[in-house]
Design a protein around this ligand. Structure first.
Ligand SMILES: [Zn+2]
Length: 485
């Protein structure tokens, strides 16, 4: 049980040792809820979900506190509310709910806490007040800016040198003219579209960065174990979180480990709203099972770029079909479908503890699948008694555990192969098929050849009709059933 993580702050892989093994603190920057989350956002969430599962495995489920916030005050939200003629809360409630539903469909465990920025405005005001009192921030025309020249370590995370830095923020009208240094960033800005809170430095609303700093301190503490996020957040967002938190809390450390996942790109290049190639998670969930999307997201190491293609999804679906066939076969061999005895296999766990190496973990699963079907083949070739049940169990236990560990094989194999299709209609057509076949057999027995031919043709038509929809009819001793190809 030695977890190593690549720490973006020190730029090397380090052994992870928590401050307190009874309370591991993990923070992940959550969504700004004004529209659907896209597949790039999903990658960040799934990566952290795997890390959360690994930490829970090592330290125990009750000892890991995972916080993922909801940014529910932001210029983009205000703009969306104005455009759609809706109250701010109408927009934020709707998209926060959709975000949580989407991630649940991807089998991401819910975070321990999901604080909302608007519930922590008083904490933000308090923190900004401290930064002003200590001389790390200054007021200008209803704005409060962080003065980056007061913090020596500014740029340490992103490797940017202060003299080369411009503020990474989208700059509001007139903000640039009010700043002392170009790289200074806003902590507080005046009310917009009726959205504002009273503060000693004027009625207004928080900048995005201070939201995370305040929520981290309120929910997890001043120094946390691990802070996660997409690599796109490293600068300026995370750099600014560090500056604000360290200066306000009078600490040299804010997060001990920084874990950043790489970009998800389309095969045509970067995914961006302006290029119009952003894929909402919700749209993908209309076509693919959440497990397929989850597996596709884990098919590259989190620190490598992931190229998102239709083929990647198809490959992932085929891989999962193979895993579900293992379970299906195991059940048909008389094994307990729940695999209640599934136990962790520390050999495999140690692969994922090596900087969340999902690639090696997944190939371990594939090896077990191959071994399983090798034994099945042997059994079918050699007859009933060889090999024994215990061989299957010894493969199935780690297989089921590992697949479950990564958040897979939630469905019943039968349901999986039916794939959420029009099950009632397919069931009905399969019954029609069986009826036609049974009647054909009866007609044949009574010597009515014309009738026999007609009924067999009817059953063939049903089979072909379903086949054209990607459904195969399989007939067994208890009648027929259908499955997706
Ligand atoms: Zn953040």
């Amino acid at each position: 049980m030695k977890l190593t993580l690549y720490n973006s702050l020190t730029r090397r892989k380090e052994l992870f040792e928590p401050q307190n093994p009874a309370r591991i603190t993990l923070y992940n920057c959550g969504p700004t809820v004004y529209s659907h989350a896209h597949i790039g956002n999903a990658r960040a969430a799934v990566v952290v979900d795997v890390l959360f599962r690994v930490l829970r495995h090592i330290y125990g489920g009750d000892h890991v506190v995972y916080v993922r916030n909801i940014t529910d005050v932001d210029d983009k939200i205000i703009a969306a509310a104005t455009e759609q003629g809706m109250p701010i809360s109408g927009i934020t409630e709707k998209y926060a709910r959709i975000y949580n539903e989407d991630l649940a469909a991807l089998n991401c465990l819910p975070p321990t806490h999901q604080p909302r920025a608007t519930d922590h405005i008083s904490h933000m005001i308090g923190m900004i007040g401290t930064l002003l009192d200590k001389g790390f921030a200054y007021e200008a025309d209803g704005h409060v800016f962080f003065d980056v020249s007061t913090y020596d370590d500014y740029g340490k995370l992103s490797g940017n040198r202060l003299e080369n830095l411009r503020s990474g923020d989208r700059i509001g009208e007139g903000e640039a003219a009010r700043k002392r240094n170009e790289a200074d960033f806003v902590l507080w800005k005046p009310e917009l579209g009726g959205v504002g809170w009273d503060a000693p430095f004027g009625r207004g609303r928080p900048g995005w960065h201070i939201e995370c700093s305040a929520m981290v301190r309120a929910t997890l503490g001043e120094v946390i174990d691990i802070h996660c996020g997409g690599v796109d957040l490293k600068f300026p967002h995370h750099e600014n979180e560090i500056a604000q938190s360290c200066c306000a809390n009078n600490r040299t450390t804010f997060a001990r480990f920084w874990v950043h996942n790489e970009f998800l790109n389309m095969d045509s290049g970067k995914m961006s709203k302006s290029l119009g190639n952003v894929i909402p998670i919700r749209d993908l969930l209309g076509d693919w099972d959440g497990e397929v999307i989850r597996l596709a997201l884990l098919k590259a190491h989190y620190r490598s770029e992931l190229i998102w293609t239709e083929d990647l999804l198809r490959e992932s679906k085929a891989q999962l079909d193979g895993w579900y066939r293992v379970i299906e076969k195991a059940v048909s061999l008389g094994m307990d479908r729940d695999m209640r005895d599934a136990r962790p296999d520390e050999k495999f766990i140690s692969t994922i503890e090596n900087d969340i190496n999902t690639m090696e973990f997944l190939s371990g699963l594939e090896c077990l699948k191959t071994r399983f079907f090798g034994e099945v083949e042997k059994k079918e070739r050699l007859g009933e008694h060889t090999p024994g049940h215990e061989i299957f169990i010894s493969i199935l236990n780690p297989f089921v555990f590992m697949a479950g560990f990564l958040g897979f094989l939630r469905s019943d194999p039968q349901e999986w192969f039916k794939g959420g299709r029009d099950t009632d209609r397919f069931d009905r057509r399969v019954r029609d098929y069986d009826n036609a076949r049974a009647q054909a057999v009866a007609a044949k027995k009574s010597g009515n050849e014309a009738k026999t031919g007609e009924l067999f043709r009817r059953s063939d038509t049903i089979r072909e009709e379903l086949q054209s929809e990607g459904i195969i009819i399989e007939t067994g001793p208890d009648g027929s059933s259908w499955r997706q190809t």
